[in-house]
Ligand binder design. Structure first.
Ligand SMILES: *[C@@H]1O[C@H](CO)[C@@H](O)[C@H](O)[C@H]1NC(C)=O
Length: 388
């Protein structure tokens, strides 16, 4: 008898503790209905609570269909890894106040080891933009999906459309991979940035397409070791470090790589933008490499004179110290005459700018470059000829 029981027991233990034996929770079995009308918020939060309590890795499956969600906070820490597999669409309520007052629609806080795979998030932002554009009394607006204080996060194959404000926010995180995402909003929609990263380290964004009314990717204070690769950007405002230096005491931005990107019809290509105010912040160690510009208004730009409506910055200069910024193999067309513009701070000139193999044209002729308070070197061919 024991001869049989022991192998069976071993088999049983193997089954229970095998890492592939993840627990699975189906959103529909928590009471959600895929009809785009029934409120799926509570079912989703109950599924999250179960997954978060599970000592074994778990999967929350969102089947095909449309699920209406109000603002929701998915809080950690959780006991094990969680995968949210989305085959359907998560839909915001029609009334834009429902998420617009919350600031965040889908918010993940203090979660470690989360994957979000597939799915569409539709925030239905049009009503909110119309309110803003009409200058009426509107709610502040919601970001579509935000990660705060989260570590080891994978977001893959997600589509986000028509966010009220920024689509994806990575804030105070470590080790985040965003890949194969599609972000879509009309080019005139206000402040619909694609992905915003700040106070985070070890973030990778790759193989993604971003078309919005504001920055495709914006990079805020406290960002380090950021890797951006294979991005199609446009329409939109380009990939921007900044705005930085609004505050006197501010964390710097360090070690940013943007590689293999195509910008189509954007306002900017690669931009660094700082307020014309005193600040302790800095930007150092940035590499832009192998980039194609198609009809971009400001393909390469550093603007340290940002001072909208002269808000306490007129006749001041930026305290942000910009150092070691390299531009390599950047080619294509500018939609304005000045394709390379370094407008740096008079009190903190840009240092260590490097240009290598640049070819930017305007109306089939070499474009122009313009430098203020900028120092650096060139190598290879540089068209328009450098003013460094
Ligand atoms: C810079 O960031 C990359 C990731 O983007 C990382 O692999 C590399 O180690 C970082 N370099 C330094 C000096 O920290």
């Amino acid at each position: 008898m024991a001869k049989l029981i022991i192998p069976l027991l071993l088999l049983f233990l193997l089954f229970v503790f095998s890492p592939s034996n993840a627990v699975s929770y189906n959103l529909v079995s928590f009471g959600a209905r895929p009809d785009g009308r029934a409120d799926a918020t509570k079912p989703f939060l109950r599924a999250w609570a179960s997954a978060c309590q599970s000592v074994r890795p778990s999967t929350i499956h969102v089947p095909r269909g449309r699920y209406l969600m109000k603002p929701a906070v998915f809080r950690g820490p959780c006991k094990s890894r969680i995968l949210i597999k989305i085959d359907g669409t998560i839909l915001a309520p029609n009334n834009y106040y429902a998420i617009g007052n919350a600031g965040n629609w889908l918010l993940f806080v203090q979660v470690t080891g989360l994957s979000v795979l597939g799915g569409t998030l539709d925030a239905r932002g049009a009503g909110f933009w119309a309110c803003r554009n009409a200058g009426r009394n509107c709610p502040a607006g919601a970001r579509t999906i935000t990660f705060n204080y989260a570590n080891n996060i994978l977001i893959s194959g997600l589509t986000s459309i028509n966010s009220q404000t920024t689509h994806v926010v990575v804030n105070r995180c470590n080790n985040v991979m965003v890949q194969k995402v599609q972000i879509l909003a009309p080019d005139q929609s206000p402040n619909t940035d694609g992905i915003h990263v700040q106070f985070s380290t070890g973030v990778t964004i790759r193989s993604s397409g971003i078309r919005t009314g504001d920055d495709c990717i914006s990079i805020g204070p406290g960002t380090s070791n950021l890797w951006i690769d294979h991005i199609a950007c446009g329409p939109g405002h380009g990939i921007s470090i900044g705005s930085l230096g609004k505050d006197l005491r501010e964390s710097g931005v360090q070690n940013v790589t943007v590689k293999n990107a195509v910008f189509t019809g954007t306002d900017n290509g690669v931009r660094i933008k700082t307020w014309a105010r005193p600040s302790s912040g800095y930007v150092r160690g940035v590499l832009y490499e192998n980039i194609i510009m198609k009809d971009v208004k400001n393909p390469i730009i550093i603007d340290q004179r940002y001072c909208p409506d002269n808000q306490g910055c007129s006749r001041q200069s930026s305290g942000i110290k910009i150092n070691q910024v390299a531009y390599k193999r950047i080619r294509g067309t500018s939609a304005t005459q000045v394709a390379v513009k370094f407008d740096c701070s008079s009190s903190n000139p840009c240092k260590g700018i490097r240009l290598h193999n640049i070819r930017l044209t305007y109306l089939n002729r070499p474009a122009q470059s313009s430098c203020t308070n900028a120092r650096g070197t060139t190598s290879g061919f540089v068209i328009p000829s450098s003013c460094l």
